[in-house]
Design a protein around this ligand. Structure first.
Ligand code: HEC
Length: 279
């Protein structure tokens, strides 16, 4: 009886926390929760779709890289997306980075090489904020893991069993496709910000809608739409945040299989050891 009461009590506490978290996230009737998308990398056997990652890189390079840095990714990391070394070398050579010092001790600009990290569009955070109405565009390296849909109770309990871990890309995709021209009647937004009911920290953000149809050319025949760009760049950002996702998942599966076999063996040895004891 005591156990039942304490279990019930803890359930009530969990539900309370969950509702509080959900209320805090959706503190406003206009706020919307991101829709769940189908990603090739979700689930226990998920893997990245290299074609999609290549398209995502293209969207990043041609659109987002004007404002957002990708500090933790070096050009050589793009080889994982299925490019040849020459392709990445020529991409790198389009960027200038600070090299040196030369024999006179001076630094100089030189074209980037495979070992260089992706150059930042701004020299420092202050410059980035100054150019963007006071809000510095966040770095993309870990964004897909750091920002994500907050899922209140009871959803977050089910998420454990469905192995939902795509809150980041779902959120980014919802944000990129969720801009509305006009805020709903009676909603005031700060000047210089753009209405977006999916934004986690409010109802408007300092980033203008970055995507529009046909802004990037795809050479694999994929649709050149905001929807497609948004999915591709979200998948690319997930890769940037977790390049080793595939090996983590495949190792995890092997470990579970091993543990199951091991549990069976333990059970059999327990039976054999105790068979000599009279019951
Ligand atoms: C003209 C500059 C600019 C471009 C281009 C741009 N962004 Fe942004 N982005 C910003 C700024 C500024 C912020 C910070 C907004 C804020 O905090 O109000 C931001 C924030 C974000 C955020 C974080 C939202 C959050 O929850 O904090 C994401 C995700 C994002 N941008 C994705 C993208 C993607 C993807 C692209 C390319 C398709 C892109 N951005 C292109 C300026 C830009």
């Amino acid at each position: 009886m005591k156990k039942l009461v304490s279990t019930l009590l803890s359930l009530v506490v969990i539900a309370g926390f969950g509702t509080a978290a959900a209320l805090a996230a959706g503190d406003n009737e206009h706020h919307k929760a991101p829709e769940e998308q189908k990603w090739s990398f979700s689930g226990p056997f998920g893997h990245y779709d290299k074609g999609q990652l290549q398209r995502g890189l293209k969207v990043y390079v041609e659109v987002c890289a004007a404002c957002h840095s990708l500090d933790r990714i070096a050009f050589r990391n793009f080889l994982d997306l299925g490019y040849s070394e020459d392709q990445i070398k020529s991409l790198a050579a389009e960027y200038d980075v600070l090299g040196g010092p030369n024999e006179e001790g001076e630094m100089f600009e030189r074209p980037a090489i495979l070992a260089d990290y992706f150059p930042n569009p701004f020299p420092n955070v202050e410059a980035a904020a100054y150019a963007n109405n006071g809000a510095a565009p966040p770095d993309f390296s870990l964004l897909a893991k750091a920002r994500g849909a907050t899922r209140g109770f009871p959803q977050f309990v089910f998420d454990i069993f469905t192995m939902y871990a795509e809150g980041g890309p779902d959120y980014i995709n919802a944000l990129l496709t969720g801009y509305q021209d006009e805020p709903p009647h009676g909603v005031e937004i700060t000047e210089g910000t753009y209405y977006n009911p999916y934004f986690l920290d409010g109802l408007s953000l300092a980033m203008a809608p970055p995507l529009s149809d046909e802004i990037v050319t795809y050479d694999d025949g994929s649709p050149e739409t905001v929807d497609q760009y948004s999915k591709d760049v979200s998948a690319f950002m997930m890769w940037a945040a977790e390049p080793k996702l595939e090996s983590r998942k495949s190792l995890g599966f092997k470990v579970i299989v091993f543990l199951l076999i091991f549990a069976g063996l333990l059970y059999l040895s327990k039976k054999s050891v105790w068979s000599r004891v009279e019951h």
